[in-house]
Design a binder for this molecule. Structure first.
Ligand code: ADP
Length: 244
């Protein structure tokens, strides 16, 4: 009996997922259709309006491409044969490289503050995939940061694990929504995320990838004060010197 209910649950989830995908793709498509209709019905002649309408359709197209890419990524991960290209990696050096890429592009009003130790933290990981995890978390932190906000990056050792955190000073997430943000398509605030062009898939991908590395990911937040995303990764079982 438990097998049947398990199967029903999977089937139910599949149906929900298909319905979510359809809905998520229909929204940008109908938006694009109405703007294209307006353009073909004459708006194309208006030198002020036409570029605006075209830019809306361009943004929506880009959002759809991001969403389809994220969906493909998730479906690849669901595949049993999905394999990670893991290699021995020093996480602190790696983390610095990832933050460097944002340092060059982030607006001057946001401070990226590294509170990373000098010690060496060796983990067995797929660099591309963990780059994607950090990209998703950091771009959210930037997206939701207020003007003049600081984003703090931290890594500490905890037993045989490393614990990384990315803390922002954005508007935060309500307590009851904290676990849901890792679900596919979940958005704490639909209107706002749409403005930012989010897909609602970034943290779902991050969660799957961290778990594929035998780590855990979760969020802490104080509404109005900020959000911290934390994740662990197992440290490689190897004799090494401590931080001091
Ligand atoms: P999205 O593409 O919508 O950002 P994510 O899966 O990355 O999708 O995030 C899911 C939702 O979690 C977001 O829509 C947002 O509501 C919330 N969220 C994620 N990161 C933060 C953050 N740093 N501060 C506030 N809300 C966040």
């Amino acid at each position: 009996i438990s097998d049947v209910t398990e199967q029903e649950k999977v089937e139910q989830e599949r149906r929900e997922f298909v319905s979510n995908v359809s809905h998520e793709l229909r929204t940008p498509l109908t938006t694009m259709r109405s703007y294209i209709e307006a353009l073909t019905e004459g708006a194309w002649e208006d030198k002020e309006i036409a570029p605006k309408f075209l830019s809306v359709t361009q943004n929506e197209t880009e959002r759809m491409i991001r969403m389809v890419n994220d969906l493909l990524q998730l479906s690849r991960m669901d595949d049993k044969d999905y394999s990670l290209q893991k290699e021995k990696t020093e996480f602190i050096t790696f983390f610095h490289h990832v933050i460097d890429r944002f340092d060059m592009n982030v607006s001057e009003n946001i401070t990226l503050q590294r509170e990373l130790p000098n010690g060496q933290f060796y983990v067995w990981m797929d660099k591309d995939k963990m780059t994607q995890v950090l990209d998703n978390i950091i771009s959210n932190a930037i997206k939701y940061s207020p003007e003049g906000g600081t984003i703090r990056f931290n890594v500490v050792k905890q037993n045989n694990q490393m614990l990384a955190s990315i803390e922002d000073q954005g508007m935060g997430i309500a307590y009851e929504k904290l676990n849901k943000i890792f679900e596919r398509f979940y958005r704490a605030d639909k209107a706002r995320t749409r403005k930012f062009g989010g897909t609602g898939l970034g943290l779902a991908i991050a969660k799957e990838m961290v778990e594929a590395h035998h780590g855990k990911i979760w969020a802490k937040s104080k509404e109005g004060k900020g959000t911290t995303i934390l994740f662990t990764l197992p440290l490689m079982n190897k004799k090494r010197r401590g931080k001091k």
